[in-house]
Design a protein. Structure first.
Length: 352
């Protein structure tokens, strides 16, 4: 793992104090506790000021980039799933992220899958989750986005409710698209989570083309059009990736987010019996880094569209790897758990 730039105060505090306490808790509980603790720290004048100084991305004019018509102050963002309900946008902006993707949101609130449903693979610097699109629903997210912080680019990651059959899935995606359109800067269409039964079947070319064309019809009828990205799985074959390249051209969407979590368990350091005991779910973090980079490279060699690279990014080296493979922007998720809030500065140093 790259040492990158000198560790800021926030990173040192996280790694020496916060992370050991968080890792003693259930991962899902630790997630909310950690963000609550950070929010509390920001509310204290002296500590808050020190955190803001420590975590500022220090992006300059040379870090700025325009992708899919959006002007980003730099190329490091936060992937969907970390802030499903848009609760922590101000805090995440303070951490220096250029953009945050909220969701996955569904039209109706849903509790997600039974707990426990989030697991750390410490030896592998990975996570397994089977959250199941737990979220407070579309109406609650819209209310929060009306108070979103200035200057932060926000993406809306949209999905279908678990009880909605695939035959009506387009209705769920369309409802989310219409309601969020005035409140987000771009969309991520999530048909690649392994934790909603049957969802990945929507990655087949025919249903996916119909879904995206329906969303694009609404998009093009608006005064301001939003960039649309498709979030894909790392488990697709080359033939399926070729279909994705053709689909981007056929539907006129702006690009691809590569990749979501994997269902593969190959190459893990954790003992096979322990991994199997954790059960089903999507694997993220360092174990998916290589495959997600392969997908980014494959798509870039075959398509001229925007690519957001995500999967195993936790430091300068892994961020640079995605960019060299062809990613225009990068997103982190599991790396936040292991590295802490200084991850933005470190990744940004690699992208320079």
């Amino acid at each position: 793992m790259s040492t990158g730039t000198p560790q800021p105060l926030g990173t040192r505090v996280y790694r020496s104090l916060v992370r050991p306490l968080a890792f003693a808790m259930d991962p899902e509980r630790a997630h909310y506790w950690t963000m609550g603790l950070f929010g509390f720290g920001l509310s204290l004048p002296l500590i808050g000021a020190a955190l803001r100084r420590s975590l500022a991305a220090d992006a300059g004019p040379s870090d700025a980039v325009t992708v899919a018509g959006l002007a980003f102050p730099h190329r490091v963002g936060l992937a969907a799933g970390f802030d499903k309900d848009g609760r922590w946008l101000s805090a995440l902006s303070t951490m220096g992220f250029a953009f945050v993707e909220v969701g996955t949101v569904t039209p109706k609130p849903q509790p997600g899958n039974p707990k426990p449903r989030l697991f750390r693979l410490k030896e592998d610097r990975g996570l397994i989750n089977r959250m199941g699109f737990n979220n407070s629903g579309l109406d609650a997210l819209v209310m929060r986005l009306r108070k979103r912080p200035d200057g932060l680019i926000v993406g809306g990651n949209i999905g279908r409710n678990k009880t909605t059959p695939n035959a009506q899935a387009a209705d769920d995606y369309h409802a989310c698209f219409v309601a969020l359109h005035p409140h987000v800067d771009y969309f991520a269409v999530n048909v690649s989570s392994p934790n909603t039964p049957g969802l990945r079947e929507l990655q087949d070319r025919a249903p996916l083309t119909a879904l995206l064309l329906r969303l694009q019809d609404h998009n093009r009828a608006q005064t301001v059009q939003r960039p649309v990205f498709l979030k894909i799985a790392p488990d697709l074959t080359d033939a399926q990736l070729d279909d994705i390249v053709a689909l981007v051209a056929d539907t006129g969407i702006d690009g691809v987010i590569a990749t979501n979590t994997t269902i593969s368990r190959d190459g893990l350091r954790m003992a096979r019996e322990q991994v199997e005991a954790l059960g089903a779910g999507g694997l993220s973090g360092a174990p998916v880094r290589r495959r997600s980079t392969e997908v980014v490279r494959y798509l870039r060699q075959r398509g001229d569209f925007a690519i957001i690279g995500v999967g195993g990014i936790e430091d300068a080296d892994s961020a640079r790897e995605k960019a060299e493979a062809g990613a225009d922007l990068v997103q982190v998720y599991s790396g936040m758990v292991y590295t802490g809030p200084g991850i933005v500065r470190d990744c940004l140093s690699g992208l320079r």
